[in-house]
Design a protein around this ligand. Structure first.
Ligand code: FMN
Length: 428
């Protein structure tokens, strides 16, 4: 049975700021998604932004009046509007962030309502720039982009590549509204009381596998499992929002396409393809997270034509070979310093599952193993929450059932701790 989960955005105060980029036409979708997730939303548009997207639409979708630059100079206001908004917001999202607004922010200019809010806020800010590729690549813009990433609480969302409004194909598209919504949910899922969002995975290269594999029975049918890939993809995005560079090797996924933006992705089908892709990428990685649900068996020979019902019956009972243990193989070939988190989806009683998991962790040799029961109501596959136990060398910690994004952050915290402990033990 599926359980309805409360979004981490429920009841949160989010300020959406829109500056003068044509991507502003997509911001109403973001506002709508935030409202559906239960957030309280206020919108602010710069003068150029208001020429590109209707403040009336933003007001209607956010269920509140939309603030314009001129409102800052309202003589009836008893407190400066930029201070009121900056103190009200638990999170500010600048989507789109124009080159001009980025320049003002990076230089510490308070010229205008948006610029003043960005200096006055002490809460996190998600920055989603959008502009023409040549503008984006300009050294001045790149230097301003680097500069704002050194400001506390900034979550940078790199623009994506694609067809731009200027007809050019290249970098500069604003991150998809669904990805921005995910970044916002991620801010509130980190479990930090102060809403401090350090880029504590900066400089780390993470390799993550996610989703099921499919083993062909014939050109039409395959053997697979119920994995949606959601846990692995959320781990990938959570690590990226914290500054990591992430390579995701994935089977067929059941998640919004937008959630793949910003990741280096390799799509595979079979366990053999997954193994090869991981082996190639592993030497360049600092951390390997094996969240993919790899099929246990594969056909010795897949026939070129569709099997009849009778042939299918026979094919299901013979001609299958065990898929090699990909995680054990990868760990055997690992370079010193590679940290490995494995996943194990198990069924049965707590005692049975923990005993099995500990022997699996030892046999495979992974640093951390997340054990999640998949036979219990309201947790496990797809958009359901997840929980279980995290096993390390000589210890285990229960991870209560929670939203997968929140669990992803807990696992990333545990990986950082394991990395620091390993470094400390090398020194002593
Ligand atoms: C139709 C149109 C589209 C524009 N698109 C962008 C854009 O995608 N990114 C950008 O940085 N500037 C873009 N500009 C230029 C900005 O609107 C301009 O620099 C403005 O001063 C930005 O001010 P603001 O940051 O206060 O909104 C565009 C201008 C026009 C007229």
């Amino acid at each position: 049975m599926k359980t309805e989960q409360a979004s981490p955005l429920r009841g949160r105060r989010v300020l959406v700021a829109v500056s003068g980029s044509i991507a502003a036409v997509k911001t109403p979708l973001l506002v709508s998604a935030l409202i559906k997730a239960g957030a309280e939303v206020r919108c602010l548009v710069t003068t150029s932004g208001a020429a590109l997207v209707s403040p009336v639409a933003l007001a209607s979708l956010s269920r509140h009046r939309c603030y314009l630059e001129a409102d800052q100079w309202n003589p009836a206001a008893s407190r400066p509007l930029h201070i009121e908004l900056a103190e009200w917001a638990e999170l500010t999202i600048v989507a789109p962030l124009s080159a001009s607004s980025l320049a003002r922010w990076s230089q510490g200019s308070a010229d205008g309502l948006l610029a003043s809010v960005l200096l006055a806020t002490e809460a996190p800010v998600i920055a989603a720039p959008a502009m023409n590729t040549a503008m984006w690549r300009h050294p001045a813009v790149q230097s301003n982009w680097l500069q704002i990433q050194s400001f506390p609480g900034v979550v940078p969302l790199l623009p994506a590549s694609g067809l731009l409004a200027c007809d050019r194909v290249g970098d500069g598209r604003m991150a998809d509204p669904l990805l921005i919504e995910l970044a916002a949910a991620s801010v509130f899922s980190r479990g930090l009381g102060t809403l401090d969002v350090p880029l504590d995975w900066s400089g780390m290269s993470v390799l993550i596998s996610a989703g099921p594999t499919q083993e062909s029975i014939d050109p039409v049918r395959f053997l697979s499992n119920r994995s949606s890939g959601r846990m692995g993809v959320l781990l990938a995005q959570a690590a990226r929002f914290r500054g990591a560079t992430v390579h995701l090797v994935h089977g067929p996924l059941g998640i919004p396409d937008a959630w793949l933006e910003g990741l280096q992705c390799t799509a595979v089908e079979s366990a053999a393809e997954l193994g090869t892709a991981l082996q190639l990428a592993q030497p360049r990685s600092d951390v390997l997270v094996m969240a993919a649900a790899v099929a246990d068996l594969r056909r010795d020979v897949a026939p070129p034509g569709k099997l009849t019902k009778l042939e299918l019956q026979q094919a299901l009972t013979s001609g299958w070979t065990e898929v090699p243990d990909l995680l054990s193989n990868l760990i055997r070939q690992r370079h010193p310093g590679l940290l490995v988190l494995g996943f194990s989806a198990l069924t049965g009683s707590d005692a049975h599952l923990l005993e099995l998991a500990e022997s699996k962790r030892l046999a495979k040799g992974c640093d951390l193993l997340m054990v999640n029961p998949v036979d219990r109501d309201g947790q496990g596959f797809g958009d359901q929450p997840n929980g279980g136990w995290l096993l390390g060398d000589g210890w285990r910690r229960e991870l209560p059932v929670t939203a997968k994004l929140s669990l992803a952050h807990q696992l990333l915290d545990a990986l950082l701790k394991a990395r620091d402990q390993a470094a400390a033990s090398m020194e002593s």
